[in-house]
Design a protein. Structure first.
Length: 228
């Protein structure tokens, strides 16, 4: 069953539903995820963007979590949903071949200003594990996918343990305010308290692990939603 994300503005007790807007989100979203990968709901250290593989392709974003697992983050762009699923699985086959040194080398090509160990410590407050890439995750970023693709991903994930999931982002405009909502196709264990690297959540109600949104306001000084 296709997922639907909805957002309402409440005016004096009256709910007003906001309509998702069509914007060049995927082009901007990669930049936003690079600046703040915690938008995916988990503390991540980005180690590469447009990372070349040995298959002659390029991974949109590659990150590592506090446990040393690698995260392949692939935006759907203008490809068909089934194409991006196949591409993500191909990236997964490549990621499994990466050694500890490979991961460090990828990071140094992405950020030569600091050592991987220092960046990892800054992000997670601890040293990297002795063995990186003992696990990996495949995340497809999309506004929507068709029901058949949802069934395929659910079948791979729940039936065969393939670590693949889809995260949906939708953009809403409400006057001068813009909102970016997020939900997941499948339930996923997430560090719900992490809003930014190195910070812990406060005493808020536990997050459900799927739904999330941020809002951006266009101020008089020209600050736009991309700056959020």
């Amino acid at each position: 069953m296709p997922l639907e994300m909805a957002l309402w503005r409440v005016d004096g007790g009256n709910p007003v539903r906001l309509s998702p807007q069509g914007v060049p989100l995927e082009q901007q979203l990669e930049d936003m995820l690079e600046r703040d990968p915690s938008m995916l709901g988990q503390r991540l250290l980005l180690i590469g963007r447009q990372v070349p593989t040995t298959h002659g392709t390029f991974v949109d974003l590659l990150a590592v979590d506090a446990d040393g697992a690698l995260h392949v983050i692939e935006l759907k762009r203008d490809r068909t949903p089934r194409d991006v699923v196949a591409q993500s699985l191909d990236y997964g086959s490549w990621v499994t071949t990466l050694t500890h040194q490979d991961v460090q080398d990828i990071f140094l090509k992405y950020d030569s200003t600091q050592a991987f160990e220092q960046a990892f410590s800054d992000a997670f407050g601890a040293s990297p594990p002795e063995d990186l890439n003992t696990e990996h995750r495949l995340t497809i970023v999309a506004a929507e996918v068709d029901p058949a693709t949802e069934r395929i991903i659910s079948y791979l994930n729940t039936g065969y343990g393939v670590p693949i999931n889809v995260v949906f982002f939708r953009y809403y405009q409400d006057g001068e305010r813009s909102y970016l909502g997020r939900t997941w196709l499948l339930d996923t264990p997430i560090d719900a308290g992490a809003s930014a690297p190195g910070k812990r959540g406060g005493g808020k109600e536990p997050w459900n692990g799927k739904d999330w949104y941020v809002n951006f306001q266009v101020d008089a000084d020209g600050r736009s939603w991309e700056d959020g």
